[in-house]
Ligand binder design. Structure first.
Ligand code: FRU
Length: 464
């Protein structure tokens, strides 16, 4: 593939062909960011899952790798994580050449068909050649099912001298501990009554972030499907403390990582050097409501742009901001200044930056087909309307207007990333983010603006 088909993202990660969903196994090791993903190599809709694989040195340019994990006698390979076992606690490498270890869910479709309820278990695999080839552990599965159908998506981290696994178990997150990534002990469950339970809990992630004052907090991500704020899939999160066994939350209302319809199952990279200091994130840029129907054939689905996560003061408490990683700056080619109420866009790949001057703003993207995408702030809300943005007929849920409450956020600036089939909006460096798919029949070539100060359009280069 030339990576140049209609709607093929030009600076977002996509598989060369066929179906992709969740990002998996993200780990940094010896100068390389690994990205694995839920992959169906034999079709452009969901099917028997494998782990596809890609490697990047800069989070922006990706090199596709052979499939890393294939189904085996225990099942197909659902979502999970990867860690650098630097002390060789698993014994699967050596201390001189420590292994990368992937921890994933086995989904035994035969068992499911037979009516059993213990068909999801956890297995591990390892690599001692910088992630190029992977071997399954002979003693798999390492964690059997207690007889709960939804028992999946292990995210493992080294926390205070032990491995901690966060696992999505139907309507709660279970935490397990281990010394060696092989023997796991159940420690606790987390499921506050007031959380969002519109759908099954999936793809957790547990990690620390510092407040602007330097205090450490623990963050727990939980993706849910359905039940997101725009319908279908979305990621809620909790802020609190983890004491090695229990997660306790100080938040008392549901928080959403992204208010757009298309950022799901995202988690963060493990083993990023402390000298870097960032918590790096990527999400699946789609929604189970229509993911399998979007108008692409050769491949289906892309990842969001990578983001770095920070805590910011939000009224009495804190919230998580997600801002585009600085490495994306490499993609900028020409920059055009924008002022007034109208401007033409001379390139389909563009990053816009605006100062917001008025109380409310409105920006409308238009193409020659008279298709239009509207982003506005009216009072307490930011609204993204893709109802007339291009091809929308493949699913009725796709045209819903996306509304995000600003809460305590005072809008100061706006960044918008447009690719061939997506828009990503960041208010105040990611204090509010909205990610959405779009399928315009030709690039937006004009913008009309109200309430915005001076701005810039950075034209971006393709990564392929
Ligand atoms: C989330 C999810 C995970 C599961 C995977 C299967 O999108 O449903 O819970 O492991 O996709 O592909």
């Amino acid at each position: 593939s030339e990576f140049n088909e209609p709607f093929r993202p030009q600076y977002h990660f996509t598989p060369p062909s066929n179906w992709m969903n969740d990002p998996n196994g993200m780990v940094y090791w010896e100068g390389e960011y690994h990205l694995f993903y839920q992959y169906h190599p034999d079709g452009n809709t969901w099917g028997p899952m494998h782990w596809g694989h890609a490697i990047s040195e800069d989070l922006v340019h990706w090199e596709h790798q052979p499939i890393a994990l294939f189904p085996d006698e225990h099942g197909t390979i659902f979502s999970g994580s990867a860690v650098a076992d630097v002390d060789n606690t698993s014994g699967l490498g050596t201390t001189e050449n420590p292994p990368l270890v992937a921890i994933f869910t086995y989904h035994d479709a035969e068992g499911e068909k037979a009516g059993r309820d213990d068909f999801q278990t956890q297995g591990i695999a390892f690599s001692t050649d910088k992630g190029r080839t992977w071997s399954k552990y002979e003693g798999n599965p390492v964690l059997e099912s207690p007889g709960i159908k939804d028992f999946r998506d292990p995210k493992v981290a080294w926390i205070d001298g032990q491995w901690i696994m966060s696992l999505a178990v139907k309507d709660r997150i279970s935490f397990y501990s281990s010394d060696n990534l092989i023997d796991w002990k159940h420690e606790s469950d987390f499921a506050p009554d007031w959380a969002a339970y519109g759908g099954v809990w999936e793809c957790p992630d547990l990690f620390p972030l510092k407040t602007p004052e330097g205090e450490e907090k623990w963050i727990l991500f939980v993706s849910i499907n359905p039940g997101g704020p725009q319908g279908g899939s979305a990621t809620q999160y909790f802020i609190g403390d983890f004491d090695g066994k229990n997660f306790t939350t100080e938040t008392t209302e549901v928080k959403w990582l992204d208010w757009g319809a298309d950022n799901y199952a995202g988690v963060t990279w493990s083993n990023v050097p402390e000298s870097d200091g960032r918590r790096l994130f990527i999400g699946w840029m789609s929604n189970w409501q229509y993911a399998q129907e979007v108008p692409t054939e050769v491949w289906r689905s892309a990842m969001t742009i990578p983001r770095s996560l920070d805590l910011f003061r939000d009224g009495e408490g804190y919230s998580v901001a997600s801002k585009p990683v600085k490495e994306l700056g490499k993609l900028r080619s020409e920059t055009q200044s924008i002022s007034g109420q109208e401007a033409s866009l001379n390139h389909e790949l563009v990053e816009l930056e605006f100062a917001v001057t008025d109380e409310d703003f409105r920006i409308e993207f238009q193409n020659e087909e008279n298709e239009r995408l509207i982003l506005e702030k009216t009072g307490e809300f930011v609204v993204l309307d893709r109802g007339l943005s291009g091809i929308t007929s493949f699913n009725a849920d796709f045209t819903n207007t996306q509304t995000a409450p600003l809460g305590n956020i005072q809008v100061k600036n706006l960044r918008v990333f447009l690719d061939r089939s997506s828009v990503e909006v960041f208010i105040n460096d990611g204090e509010l983010a909205l990610t959405a798919l779009i399928f315009p029949n030709s690039p937006y070539s004009k913008i009309q603006m109200q309430g915005l100060g001076s701005g810039k359009a950075h034209y971006l280069k393709s990564i392929w």
